[in-house]
Ligand binder design. Structure first.
Ligand code: ATP
Length: 289
């Protein structure tokens, strides 16, 4: 059986420290692997992103399949978060940021001028690196989205949405007796599960997760990873992670980014055991990153 090649598998010091900028001109690289799928849930074509003059994402084309977990990995600053934020137009909130190219959700252009971004972000929810509950009760954190989207007609329906969302986020048993207490009073791991419950409450189709475990301890991280595994039954998930072990544990496909370019995409097992591109191999074996 193939062995995982990741950095954490004791890479000797002398093998590390390869300069990422040794391959600084990646602009003409073609993506290796299978970035495109039949019948994708989301599809990105020739996406370029600029922050002012800085060209942060270069001509990325990538599909995301329904009910898959796709992990986005790569060295710091390679554009993973920027690309993720394109998928629900979170980059619109950054004035100097320009996004070019075509991104579709179920075949519809999400950058169309008639696209309502509030509705889009309900369909394509987001969980951030640092848990960010609203300064409101646990109940209100979850009820807020359904209320603004008119998803409940009465208190009974709202109670049901709140309970179901907290159950799906594996938090209900811990908070069912303290729903009126502030969400900010929970532990970091519980706060992150509350943020996941909040995202789930508006019945999204896709959940974007930007390093959702980086502020959590290993036990809280393991719970979120278990949760991701359960959530993929109902949702499509794109996750940015710095942890290759996490990518290997939670995802079916992995996309490797490098200096703004999508270098390689494939089945997670293949990426970690038999990467086709030298840059991917250098990264997963810990030579840079
Ligand atoms: N708001 C911003 N304004 C200007 N430049 C930005 C902004 N956000 C990101 N960038 C630049 O875009 C490039 C890609 O950044 P991005 O945060 O997407 O990378 P990343 O791979 O997610 O990095 P990390 O792993 O460190 O979070 C970097 O060079 C970064 O400095």
């Amino acid at each position: 059986m193939n062995q995982m090649k990741t950095a954490d598998a004791a890479v000797p010091e002398e093998a590390r420290g390869l300069d990422i900028h040794a391959h600084a001109d990646v602009s003409n690289y073609e993506t290796t692997g299978d970035p495109l799928l039949d019948n994708p849930k989301m599809s990105a074509r020739n996406v370029n992103v600029y922050y002012g003059e800085k060209h942060a994402i270069m001509d990325v084309s990538l599909d995301i399949g329904g009910n898959e977990v796709i992990a986005m990995i790569g060295p710091s600053g390679c554009g993973k978060s920027t690309f993720l934020r394109c998928l629900n137009r979170m980059n619109d909130t950054i004035p100097i940021c320009r996004v070019k190219g075509d991104i579709q959700l179920d075949g519809e252009d999400i950058y169309h001028s008639r696209q309502d971004t509030v509705l889009l972000r309900a369909r394509v929810g987001m969980v951030f690196q640092k848990p960010n509950p609203f300064p409101k009760s646990i109940y209100e954190n979850v009820a807020y989205g359904p209320r603004i989207h008119g998803l409940a007609h009465n208190k009974i329906e709202m109670d049901e949405i709140v309970e179901n969302s907290l159950r799906r986020a594996s938090l209900w048993e811990e908070v069912k007796d303290v729903l009126d207490k502030p969400g900010t009073g929970l532990s970091g791991g519980q706060q992150q599960r509350l943020c996941i419950a909040r995202a789930i409450a508006v019945s999204p189709e896709v959940i974007l997760m930007d390093e959702p475990c980086s502020a959590l301890d290993p036990i809280a991280t393991a719970r979120i990873e278990e949760l991701i595994d359960e959530l993929k039954e109902r949702f499509t998930i794109a996750i940015v992670t710095h942890s290759m072990q996490q990518a290997a544990r939670v995802s079916q496909r992995t996309a490797y980014f490098h200096l703004g370019k999508l270098i390689e995409v494939g089945q997670t097992k293949q990426i970690f055991t038999n990467p086709q591109h030298e840059l991917t191999e250098n990264y997963i074996t810990g030579r840079f990153g």
